[in-house]
Design a binder for this molecule. Structure first.
Ligand code: SDX
Length: 437
């Protein structure tokens, strides 16, 4: 046996199997040869929530959870946040290399060309109640783009894919800004294509009656860095959705909307909004010990803490803390930072959190910055979805062009009834009540 295989003995039959390893993993289909007899379907793996299952090969993002390492296409996130713009990183994620100056100019031009949304899409937005959650508006409106661009369904054509990718990256800030303006009852501000990506977003959010919105360069840069940090994160929940929905060859607008829906959950991208609600509930540093006890007794989670992969620290959280200081110098310090810092200090000294390797993740500090910049908490996850659109599209493109990939369709372990006959209505007793809670 070479050293790139493992040998298994089935205690039920004493049969021995040699399973070849593929890049250090066992292909699940290799297990199907393990049978107890000719009628046996063969062995499967059982892995709820995919705790230990690789669903694909990917060259986009590398994470080392124990060492707190995050790299996009091999480049450390710290260097990208320091030296690059968001659209430069978007190009890197999609194309695998950092652009030259000429390539970046062409790429920025292509994305800028697509910042406008169709007037019918604006009318679609008008249908939402004033108090609709911006994330629900964002998901619905991104999906509605599929009604404007039916050509996007031709996902096997590389040129068609490239055009939809430019359209989505160009339009998500516009849609996000329009959701924000709609929730405030303000008129929409059309894109100003003389402005850079993040500046244009701020213009669409905050220009009122002045002729030209005056961008604060420190805030624009801070938002650009936050976009870089949120752009991709390998096979997280919402990216898994992008790959699964995209594997049926659904168009990229509907696939992106599905991914944004997954991101909206409080255990995922929705956590940044929940962190601010938690800090509001705590109210002051004096109340932290009591809140920590609530968490440790299982009554609630410490939002913004913990991660499936990072078991030391989330490198993004460290960069966000540094970015927060830049923002506070301009807009004033958010007093909630003091509660957050004290919460982190206490939690990191507490055995409950140490034992479970719970550290601040990307969502713990980002909301504090967003609030200081003037965003309301309901907008925080939309601010996560804008940059993550690039990560979803890079992963989608990689999946579509991967010869190994096909429609995602997991198996199951059936634990329901054996075959049984329908009982006439007159002979039925009360059915199993669906639990009301
Ligand atoms: C993101 O995957 C990604 O990469 C995601 C993301 C990305 O960029 O795409 O990084 C973005 O989603 C960050 C995570 C944001 N979510 C939160 O901050 C919500 C709070 N965190 C948790 O819900 C939790 O930590 C998760 C969802 C992030 C991870 O959950 P896991 O890996 O399934 O861990 P688990 O729920 O099995 O918890 C293990 C133990 C449990 O205790 P025991 O049952 O062993 O006693 O740790 C406890 C949990 O109760 N625990 C927490 C906790 N997180 C886990 N206890 C209190 N507070 C928490 N936040």
């Amino acid at each position: 046996m070479g050293n790139d295989a493992i040998r298994i003995t089935d205690a039920r039959t004493d049969a021995q199997y040699e399973l070849p390893l593929f890049k250090g993993a066992v292909r699940a289909m290799e297990l199907r040869k393990i049978k107890t007899g000719p009628d046996d379907f063969g062995m499967m793996t059982y892995d709820p929530a995919f705790l230990n299952t690789a669903s694909c090969q990917s060259a986009i993002t590398f994470i080392d959870g124990d060492r707190g390492i995050l790299r996009y296409r091999g480049y450390p996130i710290e260097q990208l946040a320091q030296h690059c713009t968001y659209l430069e990183v978007a190009y890197l994620l999609l194309n695998g290399e950092l652009p030259t100056a000429a390539e970046l100019k062409e790429w920025v031009g292509a994305v800028t060309y697509h910042t406008m949304i169709h007037e019918t899409t604006k009318k679609f937005l008008e249908g939402f109640r004033y108090d609709a959650h911006p994330m629900a508006m964002f998901v619905s409106t991104v999906a509605a783009l599929a009604t404007v661009y039916p050509d996007a369904r031709n996902v096997l054509d590389g040129n068609v894919r490239a055009l939809q990718i430019q359209r989505l990256i160009g339009k998500v800030p516009t849609i996000a800004a329009y959701c924000y303006r709609h929730s405030l009852g303000y008129p929409y501000v059309y894109p100003d294509n003389d402005l850079a990506y993040t500046e244009n977003f701020m213009n669409m959010l905050w220009r009122m009656m002045e002729r030209r919105y005056q961008v604060n360069p420190v805030l624009a840069r801070a938002l650009d860095v936050l976009f870089i940090l949120h752009a991709d994160h390998e096979q997280n929940c919402s990216t898994n959705v992008m790959r699964a929905v995209g594997s049926s060859q659904a168009d990229p607008f509907l696939s992106t909307a599905a991914s944004a829906a997954a991101l909206s959950g409080p255990l995922h991208g929705g956590a940044n909004e929940e962190v601010l609600k938690m800090l509001d509930e705590i109210g002051s540093k004096q109340n932290i010990p009591a809140y920590i006890e609530k968490v440790k007794s299982g009554q609630c989670k410490l939002m913004g803490f913990g991660h499936r992969v990072y078991k030391n620290f989330d490198p993004r959280a460290s960069i966000i803390k540094w970015t927060a200081e830049q923002v506070f110098e301009v807009v004033g310090r958010n007093p909630k930072l003091d509660i957050a810092l004290e919460l982190e200090r206490i939690a990191l000294e507490d055995e409950y959190f140490i034992k479970r390797k719970l550290y601040p993740n990307v969502d713990f500090y980002s909301g504090i910055i967003y609030q200081a910049m003037g965003f309301k908490p309901e907008m925080f996850t939309v601010l996560f979805a804008i940059p993550r659109t690039v990560g979803w599209l890079a992963q989608w493109q990689e999946m579509i062009t991967d010869p190994e990939q096909k429609i995602a369709r997991p198996r199951q372990i059936y634990v329901g009834h054996e075959a049984r006959d329908v009982v006439p209505m007159s002979k039925r007793t009360s059915g199993a009540l669906i639990p009301s809670d």
